[in-house]
Design a protein around this ligand. Structure first.
Ligand code: TYD
Ligand code: MG
Length: 444
C-alpha cells in the first residue's frame, strides 16, 4: 500500500486516500487526514550481544505497590505506558503519585496539558510532601513537550493528558485519532532517546469506547486501564498490553482523601453474620480475590424483578432456576437483588455456589457463619463443578481467615491445609450442610 494519508477516527485503520467509509470498521465519515514524515535513512550499527549493557533494563518502582505488581516490578527505562480510563476515575491522581514517589529519589517531570500549575500544586500537596525534584510545565504544544523531555532528560515523565496535546503542523483537533497517534509516537521517541519512563494519560470517550486506546496500542509498550465506579472508592488497574511482563494482571486501589492507597486484598464489609451473605472467591488475572456475595429476597409488589450488581445477571437467573427446580428453594413472586460488597466485579462461574447459597440464605432466613466460604460452579442438574484455580482460591480464603470451605466433591486440593474442606456433590447438599452444620446457631 502507498503511504497512508488518512486514518480512521474510530478504529485507527489507515487508508491511502480519503473515502466516505472506513474499510476497517465500516463506519461512515470517520477518515481524517494524517501526515507521516518521510523517514531519513541512516546507517545501522551492530553490537556483540554479549557486550550489550543490561543495566538499562532495571525497572523503576513507581511507589504504588499495586501498580508495580501490574507492571511486573515497575516502569522500564525508555518505555511508554498508556494509562487510560473514564473521567474522574483517578488517572491524574495516580500519575502524580508516581511522580511524587520518584522525585524523592530521582528526576521527574509533569507535562500538564489540562490543569493549571496552581491546580496541579494543590493536588500534589493533598497527596503529601512535594519533593523539589518534581518539575512541572503547563504545555499543550506537542513539539514543546517533546523538546522538554529531551532537554530535561527526566527519569520519569507524565503527559496529562495525551488527548490535550496538539501539533499545530498536523492540523485537526486535539484528541483526534491522528493527533493522538502522532503525539504518542513523537513522545515515545523522545522517551526512548533519553531513556525516560513515559506515562501518557488517555481518556475513554463517554460510551466507554476503546477506539482511542486501541488506535494507540501498538505505539506504546504498555497499556493500563484504570476502572472503577466514580461513586465508590475501589479502583482496579489492568494491564491490557505489556511488552515487559504478563498481561491480565490486576491491581486493587482505594481512592481516599489523600490519594490512592494499595488494597492488596478486599475488605469484608459486614462485621456481623447476616442472612443472605456468603463469602466466595473470584479469580481475576492471576489473582484470587475473596468477595462477600450478598442477596436480598423480598415479596414483589408488582412483577418480580431480578437485579444483579457486579455479578452476572445471566448466572443469577440460571441459579434461581436451579434453586427452584433442584433444591426446592423458590423465589417465585419475589424481587431478588444480588451484589458483591465493595464493588468488585465477580462474574466468573466460580462464584456460583456462593451466590446460590446467598440467595438460599436470604430466602430461607438461615445465617451462614462468617468463617465459611463457598466455591465452585453450579450446573443445570444442580451439581457442583470444579473451576479453574480452585486450590489457589481455597488457599486465599484460608489466608483471609476462612476456617471452612465448601467445594465441589471432585475438587483436587492436594497441598492445601489449615482449612476444613467440606465436599458437596450438589447444591442441595451444600444447602443441607450449611443449615445443619455451618449456620449461626447450628450445633456441629
Ligand atoms: P482525578 O485523578 O482528577 O481523575 P482523572 O484524572 O481520571 O479525571 O481524580 C478525580 C477524583 O478523585 C475527584 O473526584 C476527586 C477525587 N480525589 C480523591 O478522592 N482524593 C484525592 O486525593 C484526589 C487527588 C482526588
Ligand atoms: Mg485528569
Amino acid at each position: 500500500m502507498r503511504n497512508p494519508t488518512h486514518v480512521c477516527r474510530d478504529c485507527g485503520a489507515t487508508a491511502p486516500r480519503w473515502a466516505g467509509r472506513c474499510a476497517g470498521c465500516g463506519e461512515w465519515n470517520t477518515l481524517e487526514a494524517t501526515t507521516s514524515a518521510p523517514r531519513a535513512s541512516s546507517e545501522a550499527t551492530t553490537w556483540a550481544l554479549a557486550d550489550v549493557d543490561v543495566s538499562r533494563l532495571a525497572l523503576r518502582t513507581t511507589g504504588v505497590g499495586e501498580l508495580d505488581r501490574v507492571l511486573g516490578g515497575g516502569l522500564a527505562p525508555g518505555s511508554s505506558t498508556l494509562l487510560y480510563g473514564e473521567p474522574g476515575v483517578g488517572k491524574s491522581t495516580l500519575a502524580l503519585m508516581v511522580l511524587l514517589a520518584h522525585a524523592s529519589r530521582g528526576s521527574a517531570l509533569l507535562i500538564a496539558a489540562e490543569e493549571s500549575l496552581a491546580q496541579v500544586a494543590r493536588r500534589a500537596r493533598r497527596l503529601g510532601d512535594v519533593p523539589s525534584g518534581l518539575e512541572v510545565a503547563a504545555v499543550t504544544d506537542l513539539a514543546q513537550a517533546a523538546d522538554l523531555v529531551v532537554a530535561r532528560r527526566p527519569e520519569v515523565v507524565v503527559v496529562d493528558s495525551l488527548s490535550a496535546m496538539n501539533d499545530a503542523q498536523l492540523g485537526g483537533a486535539s484528541g483526534s485519532v491522528s493527533q493522538l497517534r502522532h503525539g504518542a509516537e513523537r513522545l515515545s521517541q523522545s522517551a526512548r532517546a533519553t531513556q525516560s519512563s513515559l506515562v501518557l494519560v488517555g481518556h475513554v470517550t463517554k460510551d466507554g469506547d476503546l477506539a482511542g486506546p486501541r488506535a494507540l496500542e501498538h505505539l506504546v509498550d504498555t497499556v493500563i486501564r484504570i476502572e472503577g465506579d466514580r461513586h465508590g472508592s475501589l479502583r482496579i488497574l489492568r494491564a491490557q498490553k505489556h511488552r515487559f511482563g504478563p498481561t491480565g494482571e490486576i491491581g486493587l486501589l482505594e481512592m481516599e482523601g489523600s490519594g490512592l492507597r494499595d488494597l492488596p486484598e478486599l475488605a469484608i464489609t459486614c462485621a456481623e453474620a447476616t442472612s443472605g451473605v456468603v463469602l466466595g472467591v473470584t479469580r481475576d488475572g492471576t489473582r484470587s480475590l475473596v468477595v462477600e456475595v450478598q442477596a436480598l429476597v423480598v415479596a414483589a409488589l408488582s412483577s418480580p424483578r431480578r437485579v444483579a450488581h457486579q455479578v452476572s445477571g445471566q448466572r443469577l437467573a440460571l441459579l434461581l432456576a436451579v434453586l427452584e427446580a433442584r433444591c426446592g428453594v423458590s423465589t417465585a413472586g419475589c424481587d431478588v437483588f444480588a451484589a458483591t460488597a465493595g464493588g468488585l466485579p465477580a462474574t466468573d462461574p466460580g462464584i456460583d455456589v456462593a451466590l446460590a447459597l446467598a440467595v438460599a440464605s436470604a430466602t430461607q432466613g438461615f445465617v451462614v457463619r462468617r468463617d465459611v466460604a463457598a466455591l465452585g460452579e453450579v450446573g443445570l442438574a444442580g451439581e457442583l463443578r470444579v473451576v479453574e484455580g480452585l486450590a489457589r482460591r481455597v488457599r486465599e480464603a484460608a489466608r483471609l481467615g476462612a476456617s471452612t470451605v465448601i467445594v465441589p466433591a471432585g475438587a483436587d486440593l492436594e497441598g492445601v491445609d489449615g482449612v476444613r474442606v467440606v465436599r458437596c456433590a450438589t447444591l442441595a447438599e451444600a444447602i443441607g450442610a450449611l443449615t445443619s452444620r455451618f449456620a449461626v446457631g447450628a450445633v456441629e
